[in-house]
Design a protein around this ligand. Structure first.
Ligand SMILES: Cc1cc2nc3c(=O)[nH]c(=O)nc-3n(C[C@H](O)[C@H](O)[C@H](O)COP(=O)(O)OP(=O)(O)OC[C@H]3O[C@@H](n4cnc5c(N)ncnc54)[C@H](O)[C@@H]3O)c2cc1C
Length: 399
């Protein structure tokens, strides 16, 4: 059995950034990353909206706000240095009704409190000068927001570590199935393999709570999966969006509402919605897994959430199965959008921690085990914040 000083479980962007920062802080330590898939970033990281968030939305002082801002400051130079596609193109947040103005004002104040510069109020003409096909009563231009290739960034983080001197390995097709305490460390086994490490950082995304429970850590939340479906603008309609266009989010929900995003490959995505998923890593509308479903539905928090948000949930389900309903949500921002402008796109599943009282956990959550640190809740903007999140994690590790 191979022995390491430190192991990271999970090859999404949080695991990759953690490995990168561990190598910087402990250059002589033997490091390993274990990933159950045959390549990195196949789940949340490779299926997200690809947006570099500016820090506009998050409560000042929250971990999300701190790490988003710090992560942003680190991400841009990393991408420049490692030749990862990124572009700081700015975005427009659009109030489509008078009733949304106060919430847009709150966002503006949050942005200012979080240190954003250059925020610009737009009237309906101003909105059109940025995005000619978008209509609204008031807009907020956020110059710092950008787009990036998060899959490419994850690969760059990992290859930077493995190409350096020292014993640093990334083992793919290694699903951690058992975690056992042995000789002042943890033995991680699965997929016919086993490694030992003195300390382990678990960054399992959609499986994070299960890994924490297996390790005997004290977790009082469950990961509930929310699928987000996207449409794409058809080639003839791509010119209808220049950069990024977002609605004013509903503060009751942690999701930002369906938006238009120009992606790093030039496509324009529209979405994602947010529907309860019957499979944690299931990417089609009919994906189903008994274990995942029974676990979610056997949790009191899920039913309490359903009871509170049934109207919203039903609306999201309708949009998932009805293109015309999805179109209607997008037409609030772009009234002239037509059904033929939309072609079905991909989907992603968000790992969202839920408390047993039915409240969604908004901020990032790290839990300490005996010889481990568990990243239990790392929803958006964790990809933007990954390098700062990794700093926080690494500050908890001692070898
Ligand atoms: C639809 C969607 C849109 C989003 N948009 C944005 C955005 O625009 N900007 C932004 O900043 N954030 C966004 N996010 C959030 C962001 O993508 C996530 O916060 C981030 O990718 C989380 O990274 P992660 O490494 O924790 O998880 P993941 O990327 O899910 O990685 C977890 C990894 O752990 C592996 N794993 C799990 N269990 C095991 C095991 N037992 N053994 C070995 N390996 C295991 C998995 O295979 C996976 O590779 C979005 C998320 C979604 C789903």
């Amino acid at each position: 059995m191979k022995k390491f000083d430190l192991a990271v479980v999970g090859g999404g962007i949080i695991g990759a950034a953690t490995l990168y920062k561990l190598r910087q802080k402990f250059p002589d330590a033997r490091l390993v990353l274990l990933e159950k898939e045959s390549e990195s970033a196949l789940h949340q990281t490779g299926r997200n909206s690809g947006v570099i968030h500016s820090g506009l939305y998050y409560a000042p002082g929250s971990l999300k706000a701190q790490t988003c801002l710090d992560g942003y400051r680190q991400l841009i130079p990393f991408c420049q240095e490692h030749d990862v596609f990124h572009e700081v193109c700015g975005k427009v947040v659009v109030a489509t009704e008078e009733s949304e103005r106060p919430r847009l004002q709150t966002l503006y104040e949050r942005g200012i409190n979080n240190g954003l510069k250059g925020l610009e109020w737009l009237d309906s003409c101003g909105i059109r000068s940025h995005e000619p096909f978008i209509a609204g009563v008031q807009g907020l231009y956020v110059p710092q927001t950008g787009i990036v290739d998060y899959r490419g960034m994850t690969r760059a983080l990992l290859s930077h570590v493995t190409s350096g001197a020292g014993v640093h390995e990334v083992l793919y097709d290694f699903r951690v199935e058992s975690i056992a305490e042995r000789e002042n460390g943890l033995q991680l086994a699965g997929s016919g393999q086993a490694v030992w490490a003195e300390q382990v950082v678990f960054c399992g995304g959609l499986q994070a709570d299960r890994l924490a429970v297996q390790d005997g850590a004290n977790v009082d939340v469950k990961i509930v999966p929310f699928r987000g479906d996207y449409y794409e603008l058809a080639p003839h309609a791509k010119n209808k969006v220049r950069h990024l266009v977002y609605p004013v989010p509903d503060p009751q929900f942690p999701f930002l509402g369906v938006h238009f995003t120009r992606m790093h490959d030039g496509s324009v995505e529209c979405g994602p919605n947010a529907v309860f998923s019957f499979k944690r890593e299931g990417y089609s509308k009919t994906s189903f897994d008994w274990t995942d479903t029974l676990e979610s539905l056997g949790y009191a928090g899920t039913w309490k959430l359903f009871a509170k948000q049934w109207r919203y949930g039903l609306g999201e389900y309708e949009r998932a199965f009805s293109k015309s309903k999805f179109l209607k949500a997008l037409q609030r921002l772009m009234p002239d959008l037509q059904a033929e402008d939309l072609i079905p796109g991909r989907s992603g599943v968000r790992a969202q921690a839920l408390r047993s009282d039915g409240t969604l956990v908004d901020d990032f959550v790290f839990v300490r085990g005996q010889r481990a640190i568990h990243v239990v809740n790392a929803p958006s903007p964790a990809a933007t914040a990954c390098l700062a999140i990794a700093d926080k994690i690494v500050s908890l590790v001692e070898v």
